[in-house]
Design a protein around this ligand. Structure first.
Ligand code: KG4
Ligand code: ZN
Length: 467
């Protein structure tokens, strides 16, 4: 059985504030919180016993905070702008108090994908409103916050900058600590918010528009990367398939392909499963994209003719391609996950759970197929609800809180920063170190502009702390 965990809201209202940009907002709590709002500096648990700096970051340690109900007293604002969603959420009183998402639906449809400059402008237009809405819906003001968490990478620099600038301005004006969050760690850790049983170590498959990661999560901030994509991620393949099939891209390509696939015969078009003979856990979706494009050309499908206006036969052809693509794209995930689970169990035999998260994890077929694989290996699948699989502010607030309560954060920035201030953005930022068995030559060739992994930074911090 696929475990569908706690859905935060049965129906999230969507409304338009700016032309071409829709806002998804939820009020998840109706009462004012019945708890005292503390800032870390006033908390009895908070002792600035030591601090140390790694690169541009300074961390303080918060002794004994892990064993207390410390996090229930913390209120964290999370901000996410790494790609095409402008999102904010507030976590406090041990629950999610609000979440707001503004998605760039019309832009996606217009450009058939994310155009960085236009995405940056769209983020800039709505960021103040999104953050204000998140605070209002939580019935809080900035003064009630304990910290601000923000995605600093990986993602599009132009887009990341909008969120980081806003987070630093809130933190600077209200003297709040700030936590820089790794977007992919946030996709993985949000599962711990919805599944209380999920403790480290666990495995995670993180599947989104730009990433296809298989990781072993040893503990907070400590990951071994078992596999990644050598070219495109599965979400990119869904998006291009949708575009070439003339589908409505306003909800992104994935949901449109998933819906049309229900009408098709998944065995009618023969696509090869990628990297079948590579005995590792890496992925490749570029070749499958090409196979799909060729199949579309062979059936003379015109992407300019929307599927809603297609003849019955044309629509059936498109549905067959959608279904066949989805089956093979997911078979590729299944094969690599099976091997990755074996590798992970060799490294950490106590693993009980496999998390599947990221936008593509909201796909029902993906969840069903991966659940079979995971159950056959005697593990439990944990899939966050779809609203927490796709990009959102909740995962950032939650991950910020997880790091904050163990003392990993930056001190408040200055209230005003010069216009030419250089933000610490990490557009290419690995989560963990590659597992030696899974290394691929192609990737090791292009390590030049990559930031040191989150895991290596935190490990270096811990070592320094011990000395
Ligand atoms: O995690 P996410 O929201 O943003 C990134 O970090 O990239 O993932 C977005 C990706 C897009 O490629 C979108 O097409 C895909 O997730 N996606 C889906 C579904 N919903 C979103 N793919 C397949 N089926 C879905 N239902
Ligand atoms: Zn994402």
């Amino acid at each position: 059985m696929v475990r569908l965990f706690l859905t935060l809201s049965p129906a999230i209202p969507r409304f338009n504030l700016f032309p071409g940009i829709s806002i998804l907002a939820t009020k998840l709590r109706t009462k004012t919180p019945a708890f005292s709002l503390i800032s870390p500096s006033s908390s009895p648990n908070f002792q600035r016993t030591r601090f140390y700096s790694i690169g541009t970051r300074i961390y303080y340690s918060l002794p004994n905070s892990e064993n207390s109900n410390f996090d229930d007293t913390l209120v964290v604002l999370g901000i996410e702008t790494s790609c095409d969603d402008t999102a904010a959420a507030v976590r406090g009183n041990g629950e999610i108090l609000s979440q707001v998402i503004s998605s760039q639906a019309e832009l996606l449809a217009q450009y058939g994908g994310v155009a960085p400059k236009q995405a940056e402008e769209a983020h800039s237009q709505v960021i103040d409103k999104v953050v204000q809405d998140a605070l209002d819906r939580a019935s809080l003001t900035e003064k009630d916050l304990s910290a601000v968490a923000v995605t600093i990478g990986p993602g599009l620099s132009l887009c990341l900058r909008v969120g980081v600038r806003k987070a630093r301005s809130v933190a600077g004006n209200f003297s709040l600590p700030i936590v820089g969050v790794h977007h992919m760690e946030a996709h993985a850790l949000v599962a711990r918010l919805v599944e209380q049983e999920l403790s480290f170590p666990f495995m995670a498959l993180l599947i989104s528009g730009g990433h296809n990661l298989l990781v072993l999560a040893h503990k907070l901030g400590q990951y071994t990367q078992l596999g990644t994509t050598v070219d495109d991620a599965i979400g990119e393949a869904f998006d291009k398939t949708a575009k070439w099939l003339g589908l409505d891209m306003r909800r992104s390509g994935g949901p449109a392909v998933e819906e049309l696939a229900l009408e098709g015969d998944a065995k009618s078009v023969k696509f090869n499963v990628p990297m079948k003979y590579h005995k590792d856990c890496n992925f490749s979706y570029a070749g499958l994209k090409t196979q799909v494009r060729l199949a579309i050309e062979a059936k003379e499908i015109d992407a300019k003719c929307p599927v809603s206006s297609a003849t019955n036969e044309d629509r059936r052809n498109r549905a067959d391609i959608a279904a066949s693509f989805q089956r093979v794209a997911v078979l590729h995930l299944e094969e690599k996950c099976e091997r990755a689970i074996d590798w992970a169990l060799e490294l950490e035999p106590s693993i009980k759970h496999m998390v599947v998260s990221g936008g593509v994890a909201s796909n029902k077929y993906v969840r069903l197929r991966l659940n079979n694989i995971v159950e056959n290996k005697n593990l439990k699948l944990v899939c966050p609800p779809p609203s927490l699989c796709t990009d959102n502010g909740v995962m950032v607030a939650w991950t910020g809180l997880e790091h904050f309560r163990v003392g990993r954060y930056d001190p408040p920035p200055p209230a005003t920063e010069p216009d030419d201030f250089v933000y610490d953005l990490r557009p290419r930022w690995p989560l963990g170190e590659e597992y030696a068995k899974g290394r691929s030559k192609a990737r090791s060739m292009r390590t030049a502009r990559i930031h040191p992994s989150l895991t290596s930074i935190i490990r270096a911090d811990s070592l320094q702390q011990q000395t």
